[in-house]
Design a protein around this ligand. Structure first.
Ligand code: ZN
Length: 302
C-alpha cells in the first residue's frame, strides 16, 4: 500500500470524496518519539484527518489541528500543508497513567475543559492578517464523530468521515455533499446523496486500514458512476529550521533566552515534531537581541 490521497467526484450527484492511506508517513511521524497505543490511535486519526481536510479546502498554506486536552493528553497537534506534507506531535501530562482501553474523552476531555481548534495559516499572510481559526466542539465519541459534527453543523456541509489508525497504518475517508450554485443544498440530488452517504457509513475502521484505494473504491462504489479523480502522494516532512528556532528564542525575550543557557553556555533545543537538534552559543543568543537583529525580526513578523 502506498501513501496517497485519492480524490473523486460522482457523476450523478454533486458529491466529492477522498480516501487517504499513510503507512510510511505514519511510521515517519513516530520515528522520533513513540506514545502509548491509545494516544497513537487518536494521533494517527488526527494526521489522516488533517490530510483529508487540507486537500478538501485546496488552500495555499498550512492546516493545523490542535487539541489542548485537560486529561492525560495536554497537547496534540497534526499539521498538513498544501503540498500534502504532514507532521504531528503530542505532549502528555507527567506521570499520567494511560491504558489501551481509554476513550477519546478520557484522554483529552476528562473534565470537559478540552479545546480543539483548526487553524488555516496562509503561506503568504498579509500584514495584520490573522490566520482563520475554527473552534471544534468535542461532541462525539470518536475523532471522526467530532469532525463530522463540526462539518455538518458549523460548515453546513453534509459530511461522512471515517478515520482509523493502528501500528501499521493511518487512514481516512471523507464524503461531502457540495452546495449548489446558490450556496444551499441541492434537493434534486438528495436521494442520491443519501444512497452514497449510506454506503460510505458502512465502511468499517478495520476495512479502511487494511485495503488499498482501488479495492475500497470498487467495493463501496462499484454501482455509482464516478467522474474525474486524482491521486497524489502524501509524506512526512518537518518545517523546522535554524531561522525559526532563532525567531522563537527572540520572542521569549533576552532574559528568558539567557536563562536557557546551560553549563556549557549553549542553548540546546530539539524540534517537538522531528527531534532535530539546534544549538546556539551564548554569543549567538546575544546577537539575537542586538538592535539590528530586532529590526530584522520585526520586518519579518509584520
Ligand atoms: Zn522539526
Amino acid at each position: 500500500m502506498s501513501d496517497t490521497l485519492h480524490r473523486f467526484l460522482f457523476k450523478d450527484a454533486p458529491v466529492k470524496g477522498e480516501l487517504v492511506h499513510l503507512p510510511k508517513t505514519w511510521r515517519d511521524v513516530r520515528a522520533y518519539r513513540r506514545y502509548p497505543a491509545a494516544v497513537e490511535k487518536i494521533m494517527g486519526e488526527l494526521v489522516a484527518a488533517s490530510a483529508l481536510l487540507c486537500a478538501n479546502l485546496k488552500f495555499d498554506g498550512s492546516l493545523v489541528m490542535q487539541i489542548h486536552g485537560d486529561g492525560p493528553i495536554i497537547l496534540l497537534v497534526a499539521e498538513c500543508r498544501a503540498d500534502l506534507t504532514v507532521r504531528a506531535t503530542a505532549k502528555l501530562r507527567e506521570n499520567a497513567v494511560i491504558t489501551d482501553d481509554m476513550t477519546l474523552a478520557q484522554l483529552i476531555n476528562t473534565n470537559g475543559q478540552g479545546r480543539f481548534a483548526i487553524t488555516l495559516d496562509p503561506n503568504n499572510r498579509q500584514e495584520g492578517q490573522q490566520p482563520y481559526q475554527g473552534i471544534v466542539p468535542l461532541t462525539g465519541e470518536s475523532m471522526a464523530d467530532i469532525l463530522m459534527h463540526y462539518m455538518t453543523s458549523s460548515e453546513q456541509l453534509d459530511t461522512v468521515i471515517q478515520l482509523s489508525a493502528d501500528d501499521d497504518n493511518a487512514a481516512g475517508f471523507l464524503l461531502q455533499r457540495l452546495p449548489d450554485h446558490g450556496g444551499g443544498m441541492n434537493t434534486e440530488f438528495a436521494s442520491t446523496w443519501d444512497d452514497i452517504a449510506h454506503i460510505g457509513r458502512t465502511l468499517g475502521a478495520d476495512e479502511l486500514l487494511k485495503n488499498d484505494t482501488d479495492t475500497l473504491m470498487h467495493r463501496l462504489f462499484w454501482e455509482q458512476p464516478r467522474d474525474t479523480h486524482t491521486t497524489e502522494p502524501v509524506q512526512f516532512a518537518c518545517t523546522c529550521s535554524p531561522t525559526k528556532v532563532a525567531n522563537m528564542i527572540t520572542l521569549l525575550g533576552e532574559d528568558e533566552a539567557t536563562d536557557m543557557l546551560d553549563d556549557n553556555l549553549e542553548v540546546n533545543v530539539s524540534c517537538d515534531f522531528c527531534g532535530q537538534h539546534y544549538m546556539l552559543s551564548a554569543a549567538q543568543v546575544h546577537e539575537l537581541f542586538t538592535p539590528e537583529a530586532n529590526a530584522h525580526l520585526n520586518s519579518k513578523l509584520h
